[in-house]
Design a protein around this ligand. Structure first.
Ligand SMILES: [Zn+2]
Ligand SMILES: [Zn+2]
Length: 348
């Protein structure tokens, strides 16, 4: 079968590999769809997230086709999505319902080596199925299933932020993660959602998902005044930075009320100067957010099942695996792409 290999910084190739063998403790999943993630695209050395030799694809849905002898609770034909991160079950993080300390050390579609090969392929091997797999109910399509991981990232950002219902918020950057944050803020009863986004198609989607105001920061010069006007002169309670852009992160405090929080979700592998005294005098906080906790997967499946938000419309293209370079990575790698989520369907 063919699979997508990260050969070097921003260099992905399709490589022929054998169908994975499973052990008695693992299952084999036939992939239906796998989303291309922002992190797949920005797999650059500074991030230290992906290294050469990683077989990509971690946002997948599919059907179980083989079940190891010792696996309990799963059978052939089950429709599933998987948490790609490793979950040891014993470290401090696992014991406290948080991130496994070893989460990225053996992550499907992230960690280098065929052993951890991802789901830009017809089949993907899933070790630790008892901790990693979630059942997809009939009401949730395989396409929607492939959104679960990315939507869980956004939900996590909202959950660990200081945001409370009815509060006023701002989201910088309406890519997949920012859009997911908007959907969850809307669902959680935000009083105001102001969004910045430069690409019109994404701005449009932001409005569909519940943004009250969307501004193009390249066109609006007095954004700070506008935000102050919309918030009765005080600034928003929480700014979610989902931009990955240093200038956007730097601007976050312009829009923040005293005592407000910046939730930093975007990956900015660069130093950005801040003036610490401003944080003291304004009692501002910065909270980072990475991935998700395991319990956020079932929350997203329920969210999709209840159809409270048109998040499915974030799927802007479905392409075949054989076209993943040309119609996937090349397109998303160009600045200004209006694609939001591209789903890849195995075809060989
Ligand atoms: Zn992802
Ligand atoms: Zn652990």
């Amino acid at each position: 079968m063919k699979t997508a290999l990260l050969k070097g910084p921003r260099e992905v190739v399709l490589e022929e590999v054998p169908v994975p063998e499973i052990s008695a403790d693992e299952v084999l999943v036939e992939v239906k769809y796998c989303g291309i993630c922002g992190s797949d695209i920005h797999s650059i050395p500074e991030c230290n997230l992906y290294q050469a030799g990683a077989y990509l694809g971690h946002e997948f849905s599919g059907v179980i086709t083989k079940v190891g002898m010792n696996v309990k609770g799963w059978k052939m034909g089950d429709r599933v999505v998987a948490n790609p991160m490793y979950i040891c079950g014993e470290c401090y993080g696992c014991q406290h319902g948080r991130w496994c300390d070893y989460g990225a050390d053996a992550a499907i579609g992230v960690t280098p080596g065929l052993e951890y090969a991802g789901a830009f392929a017809k089949y993907v091997r899933v070790p630790l199925p008892e901790r990693r797999l979630y059942r997809l109910p009939d009401e949730v399509s395989f396409e929607e299933g492939a959104l679960v991981e990315a939507l869980a990232c956004s939900l996590h950002a909202v959950r660990i932020s200081a945001f409370r219902p009815r509060e006023q918020t701002m989201v910088l950057g309406a890519g997949m993660i920012g859009l997911g944050v908007i959907a969850h803020l809307k669902n959680a009863g935000a009083g105001l959602i102001i969004v910045t986004e430069t690409i019109e198609k994404r701005a449009e989607m932001a409005r569909r998902l519940g943004a009250d105001h969307v501004f193009n920061p390249q066109k609006v010069t007095n954004l700070k005044e506008k935000v102050l006007e919309l918030t009765g002169g005080k600034g928003v309670d929480v700014v979610f930075d989902c931009s990955g852009v240093p200038e956007a992160f730097r601007s976050a405090t312009d829009f923040l009320r005293k005592g407000g929080q910046i939730l930093l979700k975007g990956i900015i592998p660069k130093e950005v100067p801040i003036f610490p005294m401003d944080f003291t005098f304004n009692e501002w906080q910065i909270q980072g957010s990475l991935c998700y906790y395991a319990d956020e997967f079932p929350m997203i499946i329920e969210f999709l099942k209840r159809r409270v938000s048109p998040v499915r419309e974030m799927i802007t293209s479905k392409i075949k695996l054989s076209d993943i370079i040309k119609k996937g990575f090349d397109i998303l790698g160009k600045p200004g792409s209006s694609e939001i989520k591209i789903l890849v369907e195995p075809d060989e």
